[in-house]
Design a protein around this ligand. Structure first.
Ligand code: UGA
Length: 449
């Protein structure tokens, strides 16, 4: 099938690349012409594991095309995936101006009926507005636009694998015809009838994801309800972690035993610096805002958000306790990205940690396997090191902010020899407290004995 993707950010590129790998012909466009030039030159503007290979193969097989001409992309297919950004406004409400802009483009440029699919994360009731906007912008023209909602559940860092092997594909539609089109689009994925570029024919066994057809409002709600629930889970674990510190219990023992109950599950119960990234912080705010706008108070989510904001304060309590005065100290920050396996620094806890360290007069040396170049422009006064051992040289303390595998594997005996002081304050609970103490480190972490 021929498909169009509008918006070549993280979601658009992963969606376009994976649908091309599943056998469709995908036409991608973006308002940023430089981004399209980069893509045409074979460069991938974000770091996401496997994405470059999948895109490269799609180009060779003539399954993916890039154009800065939105009209051309819109006319190239009958199904259009909207993958533009929906950033938060000051009030927390999602800014839907890019969706509105795309609706106008589609209405004006289309020459045949289209199924317009919301892939961007949007608050419930957006589909209804989109339908109205398409009708209004086509000025009563005879063109018929159907709308569908197809939220994504991709995690940065594992997005390509998540796309090919989803737990669920949620499709919110208004009629059977749209449902049938969406089913055809995802059929190769559901039936695993495609060459998986990640596993090269050796995909893990197990059931393919569930294809769930819902109303548009439900599909939109499912996305925010899922992300907010995961965020709640993390904040819950963080409060349990604080409690463990006061009582003298171990948060990992507690959350592991809780999670063994399948009704709870072990995932998203890791205590530490809390959640960041461009999804949870903005989605939780948008969901609170949406609930408020229809007269439902979602205090539970507000509490989860507050707990998350306080994680940095908790971290600094530990830093002050361990290091006492920060001014004039050389501090190594390990990790800039909001989580491992991505170069995304949006709402990354590490950035807030660094800002506060700089405010208090520290000399900050930072290392991250992927996110240094993105951070440099935002925080130019930090010294950056590709090699974490260089960042640790002469440091009075090491602060761990991201759970990269490279940091898990660090040789702390080696690092300790070059540090001014053997002090690690671990915001991601990466190391064994016992082992660190055996190596002569003062080791601080979250909620563990
Ligand atoms: C999240 C969801 O997991 C995806 O399902 C969803 O599609 C995506 O948002 C989205 O809306 O686009 P993502 O933001 O990539 O994915 O990252 P997660 O792996 O969910 O982690 C979010 C944050 O929570 C990270 O900062 C991570 O370090 C933190 N976290 C995660 C914890 O602090 N504790 C945990 O136990 C798990």
């Amino acid at each position: 099938m021929r498909l169009t993707v509008i918006g070549c950010g993280y979601v658009g590129l992963v969606t376009g690349a994976c649908l091309a790998a599943a056998g469709h012909e995908v036409h991608c466009t973006d308002i940023d012409a430089k981004r399209i030039d980069l893509l045409k030159a074979g460069k991938v503007p974000i770091y996401e594991e496997h994405l470059d290979e999948v895109l490269r193969r799609a180009v060779i097989e003539k399954k993916i095309f890039y154009t800065a001409d939105a009209g051309e992309a819109i006319r190239a297919s009958e199904v259009i995936f909207i993958c533009v950004g929906t950033p938060p406004k000051e009030s927390g409400e999602a800014d839907l101006s890019a969706i509105d802009h795309v609706a106008r483009q589609i209405a004006v440029e289309a020459r045949s009926p289209k199924l317009v699919v919301e892939k961007s994360t949007v608050p419930a009731l957006t589909g209804m507005q989109l339908q109205k906007a398409l009708a209004a912008y086509s000025r009563g023209g005879s063109m018929k636009f159907e709308v569908a909602s197809n939220p994504e559940f991709l995690r940065e860092g594992t997005a390509v694998v998540d796309f090919f092997h989803p737990d669920r594909i949620v499709v919110g539609v208004e009629n059977e015809k749209s449902a049938a089109i969406m089913r055809d689009i995802y059929r190769p994925i559901l039936e695993r009838a495609f060459h998986c570029p990640v596993h090269a024919g050796k995909c893990p066994s197990g059931t393919a994801g569930e294809f769930l057809i819902t109303t548009i409002n439900s599909a939109e709600l499912i996305k925010h309800a899922s992300n907010s629930f995961l965020a709640l889970k993390i904040s819950y674990a963080n409060v349990i972690s604080d409690l463990c510190e006061r009582i003298g219990a171990d948060v990992e023992e507690v959350t592991h035993a809780m999670g063994v109950d399948p009704r709870i599950g072990t995932q998203f119960l890791k205590a530490g610096l809390g959640f960041g990234g461009f999804c949870f912080p903005k989605d939780i705010q948008a969901f609170i805002h949406l609930a408020g706008s229809v007269g439902v108070e979602f205090d539970m989510l507000k509490a989860a958000e507050d707990v998350n904001k306080q994680r940095i304060d908790r971290f600094f309590e530990k830093i002050h306790k361990a290091l006492w005065v920060i001014k004039g100290k050389k501090v190594a920050v390990l990790g800039l990205a909001f989580k491992a396996n991505t170069d995304d620094i949006r709402f990354a806890p590490a950035l807030e940690v660094i800002r506060r360290l700089l405010d208090e007069g520290a000399e900050v040396h930072a290392s991250d396997p992927q996110a240094i170049s993105r951070t440099k422009t935002l925080l130019p006064s930090v010294a950056y090191h590709e090699d974490p051992y260089d960042a640790l040289k002469g440091a009075d303390a090491a602060l761990v902010c991201t759970e990269w595998q490279d940091f898990r594997k660090l040789d702390w005996e080696r690092a300790g020899e070059s540090m001014a002081r053997r002090l690690v304050i671990d915001g991601r609970n990466l190391y064994s407290p016992k082992k660190m103490q055996e190596l002569g480190f003062d080791y601080y972490c979250f909620g563990r004995l």
